[in-house]
Design a protein around this ligand. Sequence first.
Ligand SMILES: CC(C)(COP(=O)(O)OP(=O)(O)OC[C@H]1O[C@@H](n2cnc3c(N)ncnc32)[C@H](O)[C@@H]1OP(=O)(O)O)[C@@H](O)C(=O)NCCC(=O)NCCS
Length: 195
Amino acid sequence: LDAIVRIYEASIPASERKPASAIREMARRPEYLLIAATDNDQVLGFAALFAPPDEPFALLEYLAVDESSRGQGVGAGLFTATLQAAAPHALLLELEAAIGHDDTERELRRRRQAFYRRLGCQRIIDLHYQLPLRTAGVPPAMHLFVHRGAITTPMTRADLGRALRRIYSDVYAKSPDDPRIAEMLAPLPDPLSLA
Ligand SMILES: CC(C)(COP(=O)(O)OP(=O)(O)OC[C@H]1O[C@@H](n2cnc3c(N)ncnc32)[C@H](O)[C@@H]1OP(=O)(O)O)[C@@H](O)C(=O)NCCC(=O)NCCS
């Protein structure tokens, strides 16, 4: 767990990070799964999955690989393990929009999106995801992506609304009636467009 926390703090931007104690807490919460990629005793990376047993979705809350082990397939392997843990449900993930004035940062965001797209994730079109975290300033513009596995039925606005209410309340300790949820849902088509 110490190694996971170290990778977490080094890899995830401060404005998108909860306090380290929240990661430690995930190891004890039954609706969370922490998955570590290891080589002998060394932790190379981890995934934090919020997977409430009474919901038809899971949220990949964090995925990070130690800088020295990136680009070797560890992240893809962790993502595959996460998908298997979430199955048969849809897997949601919060990703920074590939915009911004800083060229280096924008390129990293683009690569990250490319990484998840290669693994089969799609963006929920027109959704301006509001990450309700205020730990170190306002987080950047975000998208919500989804991996639907073998699910072939369309994803509806009601499906998303239910997931957002649960995420706001159980992942971010906000009200399930937070007005930002209605704001996010209002402009969306029903069923949702994914691309
Ligand atoms: C994104 C990340 C998990 C990928 O893990 P990985 O083990 O390097 O991934 P793989 O080796 O399986 O795949 C490599 C791909 O990951 C992405 N990637 C690699 N290093 C990256 C970095 N520093 N930043 C963003 N994406 C990166 C790229 O798409 C890369 O493919 P490319 O070299 O063709 O551009 C890892 O780079 C990371 O921890 N980044 C910082 C934390 C983060 O962005 N987490 C996701 C949001 S919670």
